[in-house]
Design a protein around this ligand. Sequence first.
Ligand SMILES: NC(=O)c1c(N)nc(OC2CCCC2)nc1O[C@@H]1CCC[C@@H]1O
Length: 326
Amino acid sequence: MTIDEARLCVDALRKEIEHHNQRYYQEDNPSITDAEWDALMRELISLETQFPELQSPSSPTQRVGASVSEGFVKVEHQIPMLSLSNAYSTEELLEFDRRVRQVVGDEVRYVCELKIDGLAVSLRYEQGRLVRGATRGDGEVGEDITSNIRTIRNVPLELTEPVTLEVRGEAYMPKQSFLRLNEQREQQGEPLFANPRNAAAGSLRQLDPRVAASRRLGVIVYQLAEASEYPVERHSEALEYVRSLGLPANGERKLCADIHEVIEYIDEWSEKRRSLSYATDGMVIKVDDMVLQQELGFTAKSPRWAIAYKYAAEQATTTLRRIDLN
Ligand SMILES: NC(=O)c1c(N)nc(OC2CCCC2)nc1O[C@@H]1CCC[C@@H]1O
């Protein structure tokens, strides 16, 4: 095989593997089997070994490093990773809406996003390349978990444009991965994880990226925190922008004209969310217009322009088999 033929194969294999990586996280798109996926990876590794000049840091073969970390380096967040205040009733949502309209007037639209029940992470890209992944920590200082973030298959190692930006998202363990992991742990006599959020947190804190890779985590991006080119003025546009760059911002969401549409959307997903492949514990409501977000500002720990409506927690009667994970 000539180097030119090898280059064509390598490019085709990389595209096919990344395509299946993205489809793995969509509900109704059955992806290829793990065995078929492994075969594609073995073929790509073999070609990159035969033709070292074709190797690239953003090849899917570079996702899982072999070195085990001693510990995690601290990372200071240039833009704090805030938390959310909670609402547990319609009345509290109406009160939130009244407070918002008192400050910015009645022409305010909200974006509703299902609240993924995982843990918040920050992804930094420079000239389009993933350079750092970090946990939220206390909001000001988190931990550098880049080697584990790289193993998450729907996190692109390279964006479609060479832009510099930072996004925040929720890292989660799909419900099926959680059930499979706990079955394995039960067979090995290891303690079970109580829920997908704890399992995801435990997985991202693994010192060996090969263990993190085996946990099949996913990420859903929910905020564009900083960007060299900031071509958007609304949160809903920001999510479309990051999606256009290849980032997974899909999660279920809706732009609502007023708080009553928000309440309808919350009710619509109260039961529907149980069929999703990932655990959710509520709905996040955000003022869409970023100028209005600035006017509303922040409290010490959370924005005044967002709130999390929490669904009534299920009665905790979870057993390994009959788990109904939110
Ligand atoms: N878990 C989520 O799905 C989610 C979301 N869809 N959107 C946000 O918006 C941020 C932006 C500014 C403050 C909160 N945060 C989320 O999760 C938060 C992050 C930290 C604590 C919660 O997990």
